[in-house]
Design a protein around this ligand. Structure first.
Ligand code: DX5
Ligand code: ZN
Length: 223
């Protein structure tokens, strides 16, 4: 699949979210929205009301990454708020497939996120319930952390599984993705790339997105 880039507004100016969304509107594929509850992760960001306001103001589809406990209680409210994709964490709920069913029934794509230390093995049987798997390349909670290269073999293993099964599952990576690490991720088989600080800390965020896409596309073609 062609490379997709999802800038994370976690690194944007929260007082100017609509403008920050507009800056990448012509060059990105998704706007990645990090929802943190100060429970599943030790940080607090925003909830469904802010997502609803952003959905009205932004032209890009919203990719909501729920770093929250009990996503079964909240996931559909993010679809109702206007998210086109909602990703829950495998570590946060006893029955991820039930939440995926709810998300899809509400009208959005369903994603399953795994922390760096969570093995893929236990989730292989349920991947058909999801439209995307998110392999975290940092421990979730904060932007600006260094990329975890030890996750690369897991990315490659999931890509092999997707190819072997011939399924249409997107493989997203999130955390420490920048102009260099995006090449390693693309070569390993990722096709959807979240980037926070590499986009919003850049002098020209739109140009940063274009460069990330070019690096990933070249690495994908060469692999
Ligand atoms: C971290 C979030 C990421 C974060 C990535 O828990 O899920 O989406 O914004 O930020 P960078 O790209 O700076 O690592
Ligand atoms: Zn994220």
């Amino acid at each position: 699949m062609a490379v997709q880039i999802a800038p994370s507004i976690l690194s944007a100016d929260f007082a100017r979210l609509a403008e920050e969304a507009a800056v990448v509107a012509e060059v990105a594929d998704w706007l990645h929205v990090d929802v943190m509850d100060n429970h599943f992760v030790p940080n607090l960001t925003l909830g469904a009301p802010v997502v609803a306001a952003l959905a009205k103001a932004a032209t890009l589809p919203l990719d909501c990454h729920l770093m929250i406990t009990s996503p079964e209680r909240w996931a559909t409210s993010y679809v109702e708020a206007g998210a086109s994709s909602v990703t829950i964490h495998a570590e946060a709920t006893a029955d991820p497939t039930a939440v995926a069913r709810d998300i899809r029934a509400a009208g959005a794509r369903a994603g399953l996120a795994l922390n760096p230390g969570t093995p893929l093995d236990g989730y292989v049987d349920m991947i058909d319930s999801f439209d995307m798997l998110l392999l975290m390349t940092v421990q979730p909670g904060f932007g600006g952390q260094p990329f975890r290269a030890d996750v690369l073999p897991k990315i490659a293993a999931l890509r092999r599984l997707i190819t072997d099964r011939g399924i249409d599952l997107w493989l997203q990576v999130d955390g420490g993705v920048n102009a260099e690490t995006i090449e390693q991720c693309a070569a390993a088989g990722a096709d959807v790339f979240v980037a926070g600080s590499a986009v919003y800390a850049a002098d020209d965020p739109a140009e940063a997105v274009r460069r990330l896409r070019a690096s990933a596309t070249n690495a994908q073609a060469a692999s």
